[in-house]
Write a protein that binds this ligand. Structure first.
Ligand SMILES: C[S@@+](CC[C@H](N)C(=O)[O-])C[C@H]1O[C@@H](n2cnc3c(N)ncnc32)[C@H](O)[C@@H]1O
Length: 276
């Protein structure tokens, strides 16, 4: 059920922390993916972003497909615990579904700072994943608190390898918030043999004027959008062993079949890397 059938902005009973009048990246992303969990302000902002760059929608889908392939790859390598930060509103092919299809005992902690995601994810966890999947509200920009909250759940064993999933979330952390230090803090806590699954938006393939229009839309949302170059994305993987094929646009990361024309210019990079 979408929000449109649950609550409308201004209606009595809309939870205050949903802030339906301010566009949220999670709900805008849901709209790109064809979901119903968004309000008019989210849809209007998403339409403005799509008007500036119509490829936003296909980029979101390509990112989800990358996430599926990357989680399956890491699960096939024997990783059975996942810390997925910046979870997003549940949609088809969530991390726990992919990981638990490979290993039914796989454990997943979802983390998001958006209460909407929490509400949905908790409803989803009401099913078969109970005991092996949980969701917490915490902020990537405060990694020490996030790690403490995760450890308090006692679901993941930090003495064993796990996968850290940072899919389409680091581009909401501007340089002034120290994104590289945040990733370092998280990786330092993980056992050797852990893997990082990373995807990150880029403006490498779009004209500056399009980038500025898109940035302008997100500047009015609850989080700004910061595209980073391939080199800047590669810098997140410093000290890690990057799995083939390296840092590539998401459709080109181990595609199942022949990539569509233009796949090398999709505005999202993806990579998987191993902590030695
Ligand atoms: C574009 S969605 C990505 C969802 C999913 N990871 C995927 O790749 O399909 C970004 C998510 O990151 C969350 N997010 C943004 N900034 C965050 C932060 N500082 N801490 C935790 N979550 C954040 C948003 O609420 C949203 O759910």
């Amino acid at each position: 059920m979408g929000y449109s059938s649950m609550w409308e902005p201004g209606e009595p009973g809309v939870p205050a922390d949903l802030r339906p009048e301010i566009p949220h990246p999670a709900r805008m992303y849901d709209y790109y993916l064809g979901g119903k969990d968004n309000f008019p302000a989210d849809r209007a902002a998403a339409e403005r972003a799509l008007a500036a760059n119509p490829e936003f929608r296909s980029t979101a889908r390509a990112n989800r497909a990358f996430l599926t392939r990357a989680v399956r790859c890491v699960a096939d390598l024997g990783i059975d615990q996942f810390l997925d930060i910046g979870t997003g509103i549940p949609t088809a092919g969530n991390t726990h579904e992919i990981a638990q299809a490979v290993d039914p005992g796989a454990r997943v902690v979802y983390v998001d700072n958006d209460p909407i995601v929490l509400a949905h994810a908790r409803a989803l966890m009401g099913g078969t994943a109970v005991g092996r999947t949980t969701v917490i509200q915490s902020d990537l920009r405060r990694p020490d608190e996030l790690l403490a909250a995760t450890e308090a759940e006692k679901l993941l064993d930090f003495d064993r390898p796990m996968a850290l999933v940072l899919a389409a979330v680091l581009h909401f952390v501007p340089d002034r918030e120290g994104p590289y230090e945040i990733v370092r803090t998280l990786l330092d806590t993980l056992a050797p043999g852990s893997h990082l699954i990373l995807s990150h938006g880029t403006a490498d393939f779009i004209p500056a004027e399009v980038r500025d229009r898109v940035t302008g839309v997100y500047d009015k949302a609850t989080a700004p959008l910061v595209g980073r170059s391939r080199e800047q994305v590669r810098d997140f993987l410093d000290g890690l062993e990057v799995l083939d094929p390296g840092v590539v646009t998401v459709p080109l990361w181990r595609p199942g079949n022949t990539p569509a024309p233009g796949s090398d210019r999709v505005s999202m990079y993806g990579a998987v890397a191993r902590k030695p």
